[in-house]
Design a protein around this ligand. Structure first.
Ligand SMILES: [Zn+2]
Ligand SMILES: [Zn+2]
Length: 390
């Protein structure tokens, strides 16, 4: 027994009174099914919805056992007999899927009955139109979340970038419009379950419903499968969406893009898109949180005498002043020229100086350096003063 049944008026769906005879039910259903059949209303989702609703109503009311169960449950429901926590009549449920959809009469009646199993009739009938795809229920459902990944260049990640993301997801086959049947043919109603997709077995006061074996719960049989989707009614379609990656994203970070996942059914909100970002290395820059780092090659004389060097940043270049007497390996900070921060502003640029030693000097430079070394010694400079106990 599906909880959704309680919220539905199957008699109204078929346009008959609650006292209708089995004959009247059959007649009402036949007429509606003929008018609303998807083959007659291709692409009309409203007719499709109605057809499903009518089929569901008929599947319950045409079975005297099930009808009795339904009438009884409705009566109890109306009298407040289902005053179980959490259920607000007519309130509907936010979200969907999962356990809360199912209402197991066995809970109330001491385990005498089992539920209809995973997914109610609505789900099974959904298979007629959307075979094997996203489970269809009669209630709006939020779209699924989607996971994907992308690799960004170092500077793109630091500054933010708009990237196209290709995503492959299952969607109804365009050749057969999701029916799974070769164009020009249509699935026929499964004779074993009369198109309901379920077989009822009676056990005590209540019935078990099981998916029909012949049609595997879809309610229809395909004699001539569509060659493009091999009868599944599903194709993997690739879509490309453009997403804005915010500045400052780090390697391995997973970012959520709300509403960019799979579309919801019947106007329900779309799911979210999660993008795991890989950031490639840069030849010049490194990162330390919001700070941008770089190593600046300098000569010994530049460190001793001081200089100003033009260094690259994410946006343009900046002159970095190396004061006279700067030690090798010292890090100079340029404020606000690092990676943009989330709430505005930016980290710093950290410039670490590193002496580049010439491998070869011409005679003039060698001679000058020798003279310099002597002058240095004479001046009293000892690089190892106070070092290692000296
Ligand atoms: Zn197909
Ligand atoms: Zn069947």
């Amino acid at each position: 027994m599906n909880r959704e049944w309680l919220e539905k008026d199957f008699y109204k769906e078929l346009g008959i009174s609650s006292g209708a005879t089995q004959d009247e039910i059959k007649k009402a259903y036949r007429k509606l099914a003929r008018d609303l059949h998807p083959d007659k209303n291709p692409g009309d989702t409203k007719a499709e919805e109605r057809f499903k609703a009518v089929s569901e109503a008929h599947a319950v009311l045409a079975d005297p056992e099930k009808r009795k169960e339904y009438d009884e449950a409705r009566r109890l429901f109306a009298s407040g007999g289902f005053g179980r926590g959490g259920y607000a009549p007519g309130g509907g449920y936010a979200g969907g899927g999962g356990f809360s959809n199912e209402f197991n009469l066995g809970d109330i009646f001491g385990g005498a009955a089992a539920g209809a199993g995973d997914g109610g009739l609505g789900d099974i009938l959904g298979g007629l139109f959307n075979r094997g795809g996203t489970r269809t229920t009669s209630r709006p459902r939020r779209g699924s979340d989607v996971e994907t990944e992308t690799t960004l260049g170092f500077r793109e990640a630091a500054q933010g970038v708009t990237v196209p993301l290709r995503m492959t997801s299952p969607s109804p086959c365009t050749t057969c419009h999701g029916s799974g049947a070769k164009p020009g043919t249509s699935p026929r109603v499964c004779p074993h379950c009369n198109g309901t997709g379920v077989i009822s077995r009676n056990q005590g006061a209540f019935g078990f419903s099981e998916p029909c074996d012949d049609c595997r719960g879809t309610g229809s049989i395909i004699d001539d499968p569509c060659t493009d989707c091999h009868g599944t009614g599903i194709q993997n379609r690739t879509r490309t969406i453009t997403v804005r990656i915010p500045p400052g994203v780090r390697d391995g970070q997973r970012i959520r893009l709300a509403g960019q996942g799979e579309a919801g059914l019947r106007g329900a909100p779309a799911g979210d898109l999660y993008v795991t970002v890989h950031v490639s290395q840069d030849k010049v820059f490194g990162r330390n949180g919001d700070d941008l780092t770089l190593v600046l090659p300098v000569s010994y004389s530049e460190l001793v005498l001081g200089t100003t060097v033009s260094v690259p940043t994410l946006e343009g270049r900046v002159g970095v002043k190396v004061p006279p007497g700067t030690a090798d390996g010292r890090t100079l900070r340029v404020r606000g020229r690092g990676v943009p921060k989330r709430g505005g502003g930016a980290g710093d640029l950290l410039v670490t100086v590193k002496v580049a030693v010439p491998q070869k000097l011409d005679d003039e430079a060698s001679e000058a350096l020798r003279r310099y070394a002597e002058a240095e010694k004479a001046g009293g400079f000892d690089p190892r003063a106070g070092w290692a106990g000296a």
